[in-house]
Design a binder for this molecule. Sequence first.
Ligand SMILES: [Zn+2]
Length: 427
Amino acid sequence: MFDLIVSGGTLPDGTQRDIGIRGDRITAVDALDGAEAGEIIDATGDLVSPPFVDPHFHMDATLSYGLPRINASGTLLEGIGLWGELKQVMRHEDVVARALQYCDWAASMGLLAIRSHVDTCDPRLLGVKALLDVREQVRDYIDLQLVAFPQDGFYRDPKARENTLRALDMGVDVIGGIPHFERTMAAGAASVTELCEIAAARGLPVDLHCDETDDPLSRHIETLAHETQRLGLQGRVAASHLTSMHSMDNYYVTKLLPLIAEAGIGVIPNPLINIMLQGRADSYPKRRGLTRVKEMLAAGITVGWGQDCVLDPWYSLGTADMLDVAFMGLHVAQMSSPDEMRKCFEMITTDNASILGLRDYGLKPGAKASLVVLDAADPIEALRLRATRLCVIAKGKVISRLPRAEAALHLPGRPDRMRRRHRLATG
Ligand SMILES: [Zn+2]
């Protein structure tokens, strides 16, 4: 007897399986014909996936678009300035309300694990306190990891070190940084060293905003790879963005890729925001600014797509849809073969889960009973359609349902009803 069975769905690897759930755990992934259950959800013909995972987000800023004004230039630097203005007037309850609203969106999109940076350059640590509250409030349906993020520079802001350490003392999970925003390359490199030493001393993971610039000489990733090795942090370090690698000298990149791989650093490009913000100072040709994703994958580096921003000082769109994120990444990185498109789906599910160190993740007996049923036949169709999440289950409970997308057509000689699902011709 199961509490819940999701029957007949197609898993991302193409196999068809029933999934049996007891309590908050998956207890069977098999053919469960005739098994009894409190509820059976028929997923025949639909894709059943482990939940989406976002490894890079800013939940303290989300849904603040237009407060106190709109980013007129659209640049990263104006966004940072605008965020500085908003921080002065933010209230705890506003941050909590915006974050909870975003978590509702995420839940409905099957996005059930999020790593959010939270700004620690604020003597009140208002965002930190608010998101620690939110982490507690959503824990039954979203795994929220928080990164102590000194937005104004660990050294550039004279109080950043003290406030970042306070945030870690309060229970923030990961240490962050922004070396390319320090005043000099030397200060940036020194910040990487000190942040990694703090992580080593406290047993914490590291996730830096690293080289988010078009400057090909921004090479903090080299220092990060070195410090990861020196301090034995392999497997605990993530480098977000790495957009300078787009513009770097090709020979230097052939040295750098093996260093990143050796250090076991997970890489998190954020394609929506990278394609929007990078190359702004170029005329033509205009650089895309996304890091070298295909080359990293070929070098054996774990790469996961991140979302970064939704409706905030840096990005004026977004819907908590990781399929949108992968769809953009797929285009900008030109990952168009069937294998590459399937990889893009893995990047927003299993690969991101691996970068975040999530335990009990996946569609296997013993794993947390969290999954999403999509109105798509397979991962590639899910990407093409940014498919409707028909049903989202978190820790054994159905938390969201959406009706199947189907149009009623009024066209002479054509069918009454139409879906945009499409079975590919084979052979
Ligand atoms: Zn970010």
